[in-house]
Design a protein around this ligand. Structure first.
Ligand SMILES: [Zn+2]
Length: 56
């Protein structure tokens, strides 16, 4: 999926026990709930690997 700011790819980033989406371009961090509506199948598949996702 793409960053809303710069259109680069977002990657799943795990930190402090929480999962975030991080832009590979501008390094902007998105919380999952911010981008939940835009999650694509590929990203969902990655997120499903994390057993303790916190949608905060
Ligand atoms: Zn970006």
């Amino acid at each position: 999926m793409k960053c809303r700011e710069c259109k680069e790819e977002l990657e799943v980033a795990r930190s402090c026990g929480r999962v975030r989406m991080r832009c590979t371009g501008c390094q902007k961090i998105y919380q999952i709930h911010e981008v939940a509506a835009d999650l694509d199948d590929k990203t969902v598949a990655i997120l499903e690997r994390y057993t303790a996702i916190i949608y905060d």
